[in-house]
Design a protein around this ligand. Structure first.
Ligand SMILES: Cc1cc2nc3c(=O)[nH]c(=O)nc-3n(C[C@H](O)[C@H](O)[C@H](O)COP(=O)(O)OP(=O)(O)OC[C@H]3O[C@@H](n4cnc5c(N)ncnc54)[C@H](O)[C@@H]3O)c2cc1C
Length: 479
């Protein structure tokens, strides 16, 4: 898009979304002057890497999807492509029916496309396999499944879709653990369009969800997709390298990045926008607002009350990421996977998922010490996060004893609490986002919304939104 002349764009929030927006403005839109205002004393937001057991280990995101290209493209632009790595272990396990069992081949977001592999996995009962296989013969979508626009009134929850098509067991033992692992949420309340778009597309093309997914796979292969291509990428020196590099590029481009500078209010002054901070007021022609939804709601309340009210109602889940170092000899398992999820029918008292970081990532491998990234807490349940660190670690060690035979206390631990860290997308979310954006465009012109609360919370979705927001802010004519 063509720029419309020199203007000042202020980016609020220096997580991956805001940094990408600022970097894009600075590098692709020479007519734009950029300033970044960040509330905390560091950039990166939910991306954080700190040393643990002598190595950089992520406290939050440790991988991003390869299939959605934007994060990979940003890494290329930053010169990170060569260092990217993919998981050394590609398979994962699930704690189901009293055992750690390997996820069957052919899963798409937890939905099995190979019924023989599903049966052999032992994750669901024979009745559960038979119920799932009935989907293959479906001639019409189950009664009650909405038929409207998939990202509008045709949206439904992942639970509604998968329970209706393949039955409760597949949903509870495979799909729910996998998707709940992404947003610490309840997949019975997760929008298919916003949280599992691939399932939405498959469900639309065929009354059998499995056949719809198989058709998608066949088409991708016919189009030249490599079935052995990595599904995820990670950065060996830590995901924070991405946000650190963005900051370095912004600094090199002389873009001011003000830390410990929370924006406290936004108002229109004639054709410009004034942002009030503790250090004074900053005038901008346009604002890219990349904060979590509650902050955006507060800042927009006087300007776009309808959008603000909607944003204020967006729910979040809190989760703890507990990193443990455990002596290899204290674990009774070959650790030949990237980690394990927990089936909904087999919930553990505290642990919700466990990534075997030193098996998953070659750069964290160590013959004597195993690094585990253990998750606790889920939407509506913060009991684990409320525990003091030592009690939380002890509770997780008990669950690791149940699942992996852990026989000794961890030799080191690090607890990271992500309070309200993960937005929850209910059915109809994408239609709401469109309405919020339309309201802001109409009543608060010059303000662009982007970030995990809107079109997807994964890193590629955040990067994509940062790119789009930058293009929009650069192109919007000054009122
Ligand atoms: C535990 C965990 C694990 C995850 N794992 C993965 C993963 O493996 N792969 C993946 O793709 N994604 C993962 N995610 C999701 C992903 O990390 C986040 O969705 C993404 O980083 C959010 O980026 P953002 O820039 O939109 O928001 P944030 O990172 O939340 O950034 C918002 C910024 O706004 C700032 N801010 C707030 N208020 C103000 C204000 N008033 N003024 C100025 N600044 C303000 C905040 O300080 C923050 O820096 C994970 C998330 C969590 C919590």
């Amino acid at each position: 898009m063509a720029d419309t002349g020199t203007s000042h764009v202020v980016v609020v929030g220096a997580g991956i979304t805001g940094l990408t927006a600022a970097f894009t403005l600075a590098t692709r839109h020479p007519g734009v002057r950029v300033t970044v205002l960040e509330a905390s004393e560091r950039v990166g937001g939910k991306i954080l890497t700190t040393p643990f057991a002598g190595r950089p280990v992520d406290c939050g995101a440790d991988a991003f999807l390869a299939r959605v290209p934007e994060a990979l493209e940003l890494c290329e632009e930053l010169g990170l492509r060569q260092v990217l790595t993919s998981p050394a272990e590609r398979s994962a396990l699930v704690w189901a029916r009293g055992e750690l069992r390997r996820l069957p081949a052919g899963l798409v977001l937890g939905v099995p496309t190979d019924m023989d592999a599903l049966a052999a996995s032992g994750i669901v009962s024979a009745d559960g396999v038979a119920r799932a296989a009935r989907d293959l013969h479906a001639t019409e979508a189950p009664a009650g499944e909405p038929s409207g626009a998939p990202d509008g009134d045709g949206d439904l929850s992942v639970g509604q879709l998968v329970r209706g098509r393949l039955g409760d067991e597949v949903y509870e033992q495979l799909v729910a653990p996998l998707l709940s692992g992404v947003n610490a949420g309840d997949a019975d309340q997760l929008s298919v369009a916003a949280g599992a778009a691939q399932l939405a597309a498959a469900a639309r093309r065929h009354p059998s969800l499995v056949r719809g997914l198989r058709e998608q796979q066949a088409e991708a292969l016919a189009g030249g997709a490599d079935p052995n291509a990595p599904v995820f990428y990670g950065i060996p020196v830590g995901t924070q390298t991405l946000t650190d590099l963005l900051l370095a590029r912004l600094t090199a481009a002389r873009v001011p990045v003000h830390l410990s500078c929370p924006v406290e209010g936004i108002e229109h002054r004639g054709t410009s926008v004034a942002l009030r901070t503790g250090a004074g007021t900053v005038e901008a022609d346009r604002v890219v607002l990349c904060t979590p939804a509650p902050v955006a709601a507060r800042l927009l309340a006087p300007l776009a009350p309808d959008a603000a009210a909607g944003l204020g109602e967006l729910e979040y889940a809190s989760a703890a990421m507990v990193t443990l170092a455990v002596p290899r000899a204290a674990l009774d398992h070959p650790l030949d996977a990237s980690g394990f999820l927990v089936g909904a029918a087999d919930r553990l008292p505290t642990l919700t998922a466990c990534s075997w970081a030193s098996s998953k990532w070659a750069h964290l491998a160590d013959p004597d010490v195993v690094v585990l990234r253990v998750s606790a807490g889920r939407y509506g349940d913060t009991a684990a996060l409320d525990l003091p660190d030592d009690e939380l670690v002890a509770a997780l060690a008990l669950d690791l004893r149940t699942t992996m035979g852990l026989s000794a206390a961890p030799v080191a631990h690090r607890v990271t609490r992500w309070w309200d860290g993960l937005p929850q997308f209910r059915p109809g979310h994408l239609a709401l986002v469109r309405a919020w954006r339309a309201d802001v465009a109409a009543t608060a012109p010059g303000i662009v919304l982007a970030g995990a609360a809107y079109d997807g919370l994964g890193l590629p979705a955040c990067v994509r939104q940062g790119r789009h927001a930058a293009a929009e802010a650069a192109a919007t004519p000054i009122a």
